[in-house]
Design a binder for this molecule. Structure first.
Ligand code: ZN
Length: 478
């Protein structure tokens, strides 16, 4: 092989210990000595400063990129580095480096003497690269273990934006009393059938804004209650690993109650394609063909009103399309159905409270004590970090499930206690899904019949057929 005439020397200093020991000058000196010994002439130096070639770093290495471009275009015909881990610590990068070396035919040497012209030399290089990569990964593990330990001691992540409820600049260690008070009032509101929209209104009335200075919206209120910090819950890689040692606006149990509540509210709204705006959508069926009826705002001859109709381009749920033969004013139907629902609600007696689930509480205590034991064993050094973290994740998952079930039971009781009629009369948009749930407890379905066009007389009550819950639509059904 001809002697290279345009050698590129790549030197790199990184923050890791080895990088500090081995300054750029020393690397460069050793590389130049090697070139001299071999009679190679140096063309260019590529000094990468203060970056890391580790596997976990996503930093770009501009000098490395430039050198590879120069090697491919022939600006340089050889690359010399001090050692393989100065070039790269990623096994995948080393592999592609060696492939490119083969393809573009530039020479490569390290002062530690690897020879890439032979198969065994290449193998040694690959193994060295693998070892360097492993070292980097172990270093990252140590950092993670230290972080985990801090979190385990109940010290939450101190960085990030200020959050409502916490004192500015305190790194989430101190509460803002006024804001905490508002969060607690908001919590009480949510637990007594008020909505995030109601909470946003209250917080706006109290002249507060989000930490970014914006007006409170349903979304930003939900974010406050969704944040684990609000419940004093310490997370590690997104996992719940314990309680913060610092104060939090809500207790863990309270925070979990809110999650169950927000989850239960989110579910019905997610059903169907668009957002339901009319309380009886989904209950109305075409009396002619059985297809679900749509409700829409319509403007005819300058008058705007709501219309419900059988849509001929929509499936009837039985494999065919809607007949398109029925179209009615929605308001009249809504008024009739409201009367039915109200009559049913006023006759209702409060249900007995469900008996509390004793086993659930015992199970939770059991899992909690297993976590404590696990933690003790780990702190005593009886367990590898990895095993500890795996078991902890598993137990935390179990605990989370149990607590969610427990919280759901609490919410169910709270919902029984409130007056359904009061909920029904609150026809705020935010309340729609709860009103629909009430309808579903009274009305199973409503068949709507055609009354012909251009009628002036109010429709007959028989032009709709209401099937109450429990009546059944088919023989044999309860
Ligand atoms: Zn129809």
């Amino acid at each position: 092989m001809a002697k290279p005439k345009r050698v590129g020397i790549y030197v790199r200093i990184s923050r890791d210990r080895k990088g500090q020991e081995l300054g750029i000058q020393r690397q460069e000196k050793a590389c130049r000595e090697l070139c001299e010994q071999r009679g190679w002439s140096v063309h260019k130096l590529y000094p990468e400063n203060d970056t890391s070639a580790s596997t976990t770093s996503r930093k770009k290495r501009p000098q490395y990129t430039e050198m590879m471009r120069d090697a491919k275009t022939g600006v340089i015909d050889a690359i010399v580095v001090y050692s393989i881990d100065r070039l790269t610590r990623r096994i995948s990068e080393l592999t592609s480096f060696l492939d490119e070396q083969k393809e573009y035919g530039f020479q490569f040497a390290t002062t530690e003497g690897e020879d890439t012209s032979t198969a065994s030399g290449r193998m040694i290089l690959t193994i060295k690269g693998a070892v360097a990569q492993q070292e980097t990964e172990r270093m990252a593990e140590r950092v993670n273990a230290a972080l985990l330990q801090r979190r385990e001691q109940g010290k939450p992540h101190a960085g990030g934006k200020r959050q409502f409820g916490f004192e500015a600049g305190s790194h989430f260690r101190e509460l803002d009393d006024e804001e905490t008070k508002l969060i607690r009032v908001g919590y009480q509101m949510l637990m007594s059938q008020k909505t995030p929209g109601d909470v946003a209104r209250l917080w706006r009335d109290r002249k507060t804004t989000t930490p970014e200075g914006r007006a409170w919206t349903i979304q930003s209120v939900k974010r406050v209650f969704r944040s684990q910090r609000t419940g004093g819950i310490v997370t590690y890689k997104g996992q719940d690993i314990g309680d913060s040692i610092y104060p939090s606006p809500l207790k863990r149990e309270e925070w979990e109650n809110v999650q169950a509540l927000l989850d239960s509210r989110a579910t019905p709204a997610a059903q169907g394609s668009g957002k339901r705006k009319h309380v009886y959508t989904g209950f109305l069926k075409c009396g002619h063909c059985g297809a679900p009826m749509r409700v829409q705002w319509a403007t005819i001859q300058g008058r705007t009103f709501r219309r419900t109709f059988c849509h001929s381009a929509q499936g009837n749920g039985m494999g065919g399309l809607g007949c398109g033969k029925v179209s009615r004013k929605y308001d009249w139907i809504e008024e009739r159905l409201n009367e039915v629902v109200e009559a049913a609600l006023s006759k209702r007696k409060p249900k007995p409270l469900p008996t509390p689930d004793v086993d659930l509480a015992a199970e939770i205590t059991g899992v909690e004590s297993r976590i404590r034991l696990l933690r003790l064993r780990w702190k005593d050094g009886q367990m590898e970090d990895e095993d500890y973290y795996d078991s902890l994740t598993h137990l935390r998952g179990q605990l989370q499930q149990l607590r969610t079930r427990e919280a759901a039971a609490v919410v169910a009781v709270a919902q029984e206690e409130t007056d359904a009629l009061a909920v029904w009369h609150d026809d705020n948009e935010e309340n729609l899904e709860r009103r629909r749930a009430i309808v579903a407890s009274v009305i199973k379905q409503v068949e709507v019949y055609s009354i012909g066009r251009g009628r002036r007389k109010p429709p007959e009550i028989t032009s709709i057929k209401i099937t109450p819950v429990g009546a059944g639509t088919e023989a044999g059904e309860e």
